[in-house]
Write a protein that binds this ligand. Structure first.
Ligand code: GLC
Ligand code: CA
Length: 550
């Protein structure tokens, strides 16, 4: 059944709330997406990953689902969604939906039932435990939530705690209950029958928790992860889901695999193991937490570019949880467009399915937020915690967080230089990045060199060399160099050679080949790169890709 189409695909992620608003209420919606499908078709992407669009009270912008079979009121109706799918498929594009089944919303009817009494038929759909301490008023263990504070919330009706690895409005489902697993299988089959082409599985490593919920070891944040990341029954549960749903359709199943060690990532995304098709590892996009160092990043890529042939990976620098990539990995304002194109080249000339996050294709950047601009629950909870410590701490948190907030990825898509970047005719739900007057789709499409035009060319270019990238042996030519990344994928007597300048300077590089029979330029973000011979001069943030015959 599986054609593994995703190995040659380019995937575009839409965060619906911030993509395009069709009715002026300030919130992106499905009709807005439909109105931009021609745009995506012209860009040349093969599939769309749509962040959650299901019914939700929006505590975590749709990652808290209250009805898995219906569409969020603000986004439209199921009929709108069906029309969108038809329009997507008509353009030869596939649709990947977000599967958020580690937890539901606390407003989901299952949880509403579950909390009513300890003998409610839905009680075991969630994870309940008695409190600790003499009065039972201490949480069952020391696990912390991803969004600050304890991972347990006391519910007064039955005086027991429930587990929530994210916000307290996102109670974790109990996957040890076969009824829960059956529900998830049914949900998957429901959408697959409607025609979707796969799922991006939200925090999927977390579904199997250690028996007895033991305390986590000391950690500054995320205490307890060792007791639930790819837990004891994980494989069994995923294999069951795969057998009873995913494998029956020509799907792409990509798991969000934060905190999963490399060897386990290989195991769970190996096509011979019947688990996931591929995964998102976060090693690259967490490598700069203590400051960006190119050699460190290259070491990570080296591992992921050299995975076994049966294993498939994803190539990305951005998504709705990540700050924008230019300020992180290029740190330039002057060369924003060249740098955006250079980083895009790196993603596209790596093995694995490349992902573009909305706005990345025009080089959108982080936003200089004021305190009142933050909307993400993760930011709001964090500020609450720091506020308790006093105002110097809050100021400190604010300064650091501006750079790391997920809000950076969620400012509205910049379509034009009209009011609100052309995203809405109303008041946008979230502040628009003021640089929209110079960074926007309309402007990019009207100019000769722009990030958008480059991405378009990159998508075309990748098609011509995808077999070498996918099957070639990866070689890094200067792994400890701090500003230059030179690497290749070698297949037979051909090498696809990529060289990237991560600095604002002109740099003379060492060329790793003494004699080449032939060199053909595949793509560069400067017009000065020679068409049929290698050069050792790289301009600021220049990217060059050559197909070399030895
Ligand atoms: C994933 C999502 C993130 C969400 C969290 C909880 O990490 O990408 O946006 O907050 O899961 O569902
Ligand atoms: Ca709207």
């Amino acid at each position: 059944m599986k054609t593994r189409w995703y190995k040659n695909a380019v995937i575009y992620q839409i965060y619906p709330r911030s993509f395009c608003d069709s009715n002026g209420d300030g919130i992106g919606d499905i009709k807005g997406i439909i109105s931009k499908l021609d745009y995506l078709g012209e860009l040349g992407v093969n599939a769309i990953w749509l962040s959650p669009c299901f019914k939700s009270p929006n505590d975590d912008n749709g990652y808290d689902i209250s009805d898995y079979r219906d569409i969020m009121t603000e986004f439209g109706t199921l009929d709108d969604w069906k029309l969108m799918l038809k329009e997507i498929h008509r353009r030869g594009i596939k649709l990947i939906m977000d599967l958020v089944v580690n937890h539901t919303s606390d407003e989901h009817p299952w949880f509403q039932e579950s909390k009513k009494s300890i003998d409610n038929p839905y009680r075991d759909y969630y994870i309940w435990a008695k409190g600790k301490g003499k009065d039972g008023k201490k949480p069952p263990n020391n696990w912390t939530s991803n969004f600050s504070g304890s991972a347990w919330e006391l519910d007064p009706t039955t005086d027991e705690y429930y587990l929530h690895l994210f916000s307290k409005k996102q109670p974790d489902l109990n996957w040890d209950n076969p009824k829960v697993r059956k529900e998830v299988i049914d949900i998957c089959n429901y959408w697959l029958e409607l025609g979707v082409d796969g799922f991006r599985c939200d925090v999927i490593p977390n579904i199997s928790k250690a028996k007895g919920y033991p305390n986590g070891k000391f950690a500054l944040a995320l205490k307890g992860t060792e007791h639930y990341v790819i837990g004891e029954h994980w494989e069994e549960y995923i294999r069951e889901l795969n057998e009873q749903s995913w494998s029956k359709y020509d799907t792409l199943i990509v798991g969000e695999c934060g905190l999963v060690p490399y060897d386990k990532i290989l195991h769970i995304s190996d096509e011979t193991n019947g688990l996931l098709d591929t995964s998102f590892s976060f090693d690259a996009v967490t490598s700069d937490y203590l400051g960006f160092k190119l050699p460190k990043l290259k070491k990570i890529f080296k591992k992921f570019q050299s995975v076994p042939k049966t294993c498939w990976t994803s190539s990305f620098l951005e998504n709705h949880d990540q700050p924008r990539c230019i300020p992180r990995f290029a740190k330039t304002e002057k060369y924003r467009d060249r740098a955006a194109a250079m980083l895009g080249t790196m993603i596209f000339m790596h093995r694995g399915t490349p992902y573009i996050y909305q706005g990345q294709e025009i080089g959108m950047t982080n936003c200089d937020f004021k305190m009142e601009d933050y909307k993400d629950i993760m930011s709001l909870n964090l500020f609450k915690e720091f506020k308790k410590l006093g105002s110097p701490f809050l100021k400190f948190a604010e300064k650091i967080w501006r750079k790391w907030a997920r809000d950076n990825a969620r400012t509205p898509m910049q379509w034009s230089d009209r009011a609100n970047a052309g995203f809405t005719t109303g008041k946008p739900w979230m502040v628009v990045n003021p640089n929209y007057t110079s960074v926007n789709v309309e402007k990019d499409r009207a100019s000769n060199f722009s990030v958008y035009e480059y991405y378009k060319a990159l998508i075309e270019a990748r098609k011509t060399v995808v077999n070498i990238i996918s099957d070639g042996e990866y070689i890094d030519y200067c792994i400890s160099d701090k500003t230059i990344y030179q690497y290749g994928h070698k297949l037979g007597n051909k090498i696809l050679f990529t060289q990237l300048n991560f600095s604002e300077k002109n740099i003379t590089v060492h060329t790793p080949f003494v004699v080449v029979k032939n060199a053909e330029l595949i793509i560069s973000n400067y017009t000065t790169a020679p068409k049929d011979s290698l050069t050792n001069n790289l301009k600021p943030f220049e990217a060059q890709v050559y197909l070399i015959e030895l």
